[in-house]
Design a binder for this molecule. Sequence first.
Ligand code: SF4
Length: 254
Amino acid sequence: MKPEAAARARDTLDLAPRFTEHDAVRLNRLFRGASTEEMLTSVIRDNLAGDLAVVSSFGAESAVLLHLVASVDPSLPVLFLDTGKHFAETLAYRDDLTARLGLNLVVLTPDAEELAKRDESGLRWSYDPDGCCELRKVRPLEKALANYDASFTGRKAFQAATRANLPRFELDTSDAAGRLKINPLIDWDAGQIEAYFIAHDLPRHPLIAAGYPSIGCSPCTSQVAPGEDPRSGRWKGWDKTECGIHKPGEEPFL
Ligand code: SF4
């Protein structure tokens, strides 16, 4: 092949989406009936989804996914969005878990120039939470994920009605790159999460005992009364259920 033709062929390959809806369906079928551990081991060791990263908020239940993934390969990058608005307890918990599990932590931060321009007072969350999340979460993550083919999330169906129908593997529709989003814990219930914490002696986020079952940035996280939807304490008073990284799930369960 002539050099120009080879360059054209490479361009064509580079522009193609990494995965399609069909791949997500195929992977969901392939692992139907498989345990979370079997699926994770296979996906990671057999390189079924390319270059992988874990996205973690080091929230109330994050330790479970981090422990599961680190048990297979602790060198997988764990991306943490440091929005500048986290509880001090979350940052301390992040450092504790990282040391205990030997994680490969990658801290993502918002673009300093953009932050100075669009959120000079640091109060954008109070009048435009969507814009604040866009600036502090969505863009930095988008930039980081461009280097990966798939990301693991810790989403679980029981966390909110909007997550009830999510599959294990889905296409990340945030851009046209065709990355996969993998939700290994999507079918876990609260009892399984609790049992895993106990079986592996995992430390708890210090704010759970204070009435925060779902923990995000401090200005946008409120306490939740016993029996309420665990995620109802996020963006209380706003018509907002997700931070823009995830869209409310409508995909059929595969
Ligand atoms: S959760 Fe709140 S503080 Fe954090 S990025 Fe979103 S709007 Fe801003």
